[in-house]
Design a binder for this molecule. Structure first.
Ligand code: GMT
Length: 374
């Protein structure tokens, strides 16, 4: 198939899922055309089945806000015509789904079906805002196919937007070959020179991730035992987290790595992963950690219980309950095996439901179904 994929190219779950999906499809000999304002961060430009089409937004003094939605729709049509696309697959409803709807209308009477994958905040935070609700609902209803990344998000979409059309749950996935535990004693010794256990967090540091709770949890753990905290990512809450680290005099034990590539190499060195988010419709970073045999302490919110089984491959606490999270962390890290047994179960459970080998065919089948119907 020839598939056009649109996503946010920046550091964030929906962009990562869209890019990994594109690369997995390319590995299965589909031609994948990414259409966005910049190449997605994890995209491999050297893959002969991967192409990138940049959306250029012309500016004009009259435009306080350059009309990206329109420039994207125009580029989608252009790529459809020049590359004979079979379909468009857009990730994150706002504004990608609206652009795809415009492109499909402009392409008529030629067929340009489009599929919208909902990722979370496009429904739970942004989409349900009154400024965007009617158009998000309309573009969901008008999509040729709609998928959500968890059952939780499916139910939220039905509830928030009163959607009656069929939608399918296709969960997020991880490449279980790439994301597996690999030792790196040199790096481990650099981060934890005295063999301290390593706690890790990876996100876009947005308020929804509750980054300062990560620091609070770590401070409680550190008060009881030697430990190190490795923070991967960047975003608006980095400043407040750095301030809290200084306030608690933890500078020697907390490492801010910033944005990183090949996160599987780093995740593999963790003894414990922390994801104390206010809300997660899935929690992709937790799944990536689990695939690397890392147990996770997360919040019992949204789609997280569909990924983590409390007491089996991790622990779930209520948002903001840093005391409970720290208690579970100390419990895991005080064990003689430092939670390695739980980490092994985490990988087994991740492999059962979320390996790309099982999930990508679900997307391929869905594409075929939509193409047959369109
Ligand atoms: O988490 C965010 O900041 C936004 C969003 C994104 O586009 O990165 O994340 C959502 O999509 C991810 C990939 O499907 C999910 O793993 C996240 O759980 C989901 N975030 C929320 O629902 C808050």
């Amino acid at each position: 198939m020839r598939i056009g994929i649109t996503c946010y190219p920046t550091y964030g779950g929906s962009g990562v899922v869209a890019t990994e999906l594109g690369m997995e499809l390319a590995a299965r000999n589909h031609d994948v055309h990414f259409i966005s304002y910049a190449p997605p961060i994890r995209m491999n430009p050297n893959d002969p089945h991967i192409f990138f089409h940049e959306v250029e937004v012309a500016s004009y003094p009259l435009f306080d806000h350059p009309p990206y939605t329109l420039a994207l729709a125009t580029k989608m049509l252009e790529v459809f015509e020049s590359q004979s696309l079979d379909l468009l697959h857009v990730h994150y409803a706002i504004p990608h789904s609206v652009s795809a709807l415009l492109a499909r209308s402009m392409a008529a009477p030629r067929r340009l079906p489009f599929i919208t994958t909902l990722h979370g905040t496009d429904i739970t935070l942004v989409g349900s805002n009154r400024s965007y609700l009617p158009i998000t609902k309309f573009s969901i209803e008008q999509s040729d196919g709609v998928t959500t990344i968890s059952r939780y998000l499916l139910n939220q979409t039905i509830k928030e937007f009163d959607i009656k059309r069929p939608m399918e749950v296709i969960p997020n996935f991880v490449n279980c070959y790439l994301y597996s535990r690999t030792e790196n004693p040199e790096l481990r010794a650099k981060w934890a020179p005295n063999g301290e256990p390593i706690l890790m967090h990876l996100s876009n540091f947005r308020p929804v991730k509750r980054l300062t709770d990560v620091v609070e949890i770590f401070a409680l753990v550190r008060a009881k035992m030697p430990a190190k905290l490795v923070l991967i990512g960047d975003g608006p809450d980095r400043g407040s987290a750095e301030y809290l680290v200084r306030k608690k005099k933890l500078q020697k034990d907390v490492l801010f790595l910033g944005k990183q590539d090949q996160v599987y190499e780093k995740l593999s060195l963790a003894d414990l992963f922390l994801m104390p988010s206010e809300l997660e419709s899935f929690g992709l970073a937790a799944l990536e950690a689990m695939a690397c045999e890392v147990p996770v302490i997360a919040t019992n919110v949204g789609g997280v219980p569909e990924v983590i089984e409390h007491g089996v491959d991790g622990y779930l606490v209520e948002p903001g309950d840093v005391t409970a999270a720290a208690k579970f962390a100390i419990d895991i890290l005080s064990r003689t095996d430092r939670g390695r047994e739980m980490g092994k179960i985490a990988r087994i459970n991740a492999k059962k439901k979320f390996c790309s080998n099982d999930v990508i065919p679900q997307y391929e089948n869905y594409y075929r179904k939509i193409l047959a119907e369109a």
